[in-house]
Design a protein around this ligand. Structure first.
Ligand code: G
Ligand code: G
Ligand code: MN
Ligand code: NA
Length: 254
């Protein structure tokens, strides 16, 4: 069967799984949340990366259904952890350009929060910088509705697009995530260092938080903390892992 055929209904058959990567407060190094990253356990091919199946799901129109599963599963997990007494964390979920444009996202999010009795602030929606550029009015409308609902909004892969300061302030964004490509060369690469400093300064001017992704060593973490980056995420702290393993992070036993 083609990937498209196998993808249809895969979530319903229990083949989809959310992995969780820890997000830390830079100053205290305390856990503040997780980014949910989807994995497909395809019976034929084994674990498949979202990079290869999300575009297929989009092309086949399967994304509304898969998106609903992602939001629902992230909220179900957040609720389960909160019921165990852990409530000082947020879960970030990635949404693609198509999901932002589709019109169904806000209702999906509102419904999942409601069904699980979760405060909207327990959820952060991550969108890429490039998806802000497409169909600007529509995206702005969707983000305003999410903001009104009370979820946080983060701009992922920041620095790889070309949004200007003037442009960004028109969107209700809470957090910029410095793209990993600028973290790689830190602290030695003078260009990466200048870019990281500039993003931190710009975000703070706009009263947004800054997170850095792809932090792989202590020198990067230290530099980013020194220049005022608010949050850190990367293999240095933890790889995306199964929910069971993520729970050990919450209880401080990891
Ligand atoms: O974990 P990584 O290989 O995990 O993810 C690869 C890419 O897939 C990243 O760009 C990430 O944002 C995207 N991605 C991961 N999970 C999801 C998801 O649940 N929904 C969407 N739309 N993209 C995702
Ligand atoms: O596009 P987005 O930022 O959502 O995707 C994050 C991607 O980066 C995922 O594929 C995730 O598995 C990966 N990732 C997370 N931390 C690190 C890291 O420290 N190093 C590298 N190389 N990749 C990372
Ligand atoms: Mn992301
Ligand atoms: Na990113």
């Amino acid at each position: 069967l083609s990937i498209g055929h196998r993808l249809r209904g895969a979530a319903g058959r229990g083949e989809m799984e959310l992995f969780y990567q820890p997000q830390l407060h830079a100053g205290s190094r305390e856990l503040i949340g997780f980014e949910a990253l989807i994995r497909w356990n395809d019976p034929e091919r084994g674990r498949v990366s979202p990079l290869s199946f999300i575009p297929v799901a989009e092309a086949l129109g399967l994304m509304p259904e898969l998106g609903r599963w992602i939001v629902g599963e992230a909220c179900r997990q957040a609720k389960a952890w909160r019921d165990e007494g852990f409530d000082a964390f947020a879960i970030s979920i990635n949404v693609s350009m198509q999901e932002l444009q589709s019109g169904g996202l806000v209702a999906q999010v509102a419904d999942a929060l409601d069904r699980n009795g979760l405060p909207p602030s327990a959820l952060c929606i991550e969108l890429t910088e490039s998806s802000l550029m497409e169909n600007v009015e529509r995206v702005r409308g969707t983000l305003s509705e999410l903001k009104a609902l009370g979820t946080h909004i983060a701009l992922d892969d920041f620095g790889t697009g070309y949004s200007s300061l003037a442009y960004l302030k028109h969107f209700p964004i809470d957090k910029l995530k410095i793209d990993q490509s600028f973290v790689k060369g830190l602290p030695g690469d003078v260009n990466d260092a200048a870019i990281a400093r500039t993003i931190v300064a710009m975000a703070h001017q706009l009263e947004m938080l800054v997170s850095a992704e792809g932090v792989e060593n202590d020198a990067q973490a230290t530099f980013l903390t020194e220049i005022g980056c608010d949050e850190l995420q990367g293999y240095h702290f933890g790889r995306p892992c199964r929910a069971g393993h993520a729970r050990a992070w919450l209880s401080g036993t990891s």
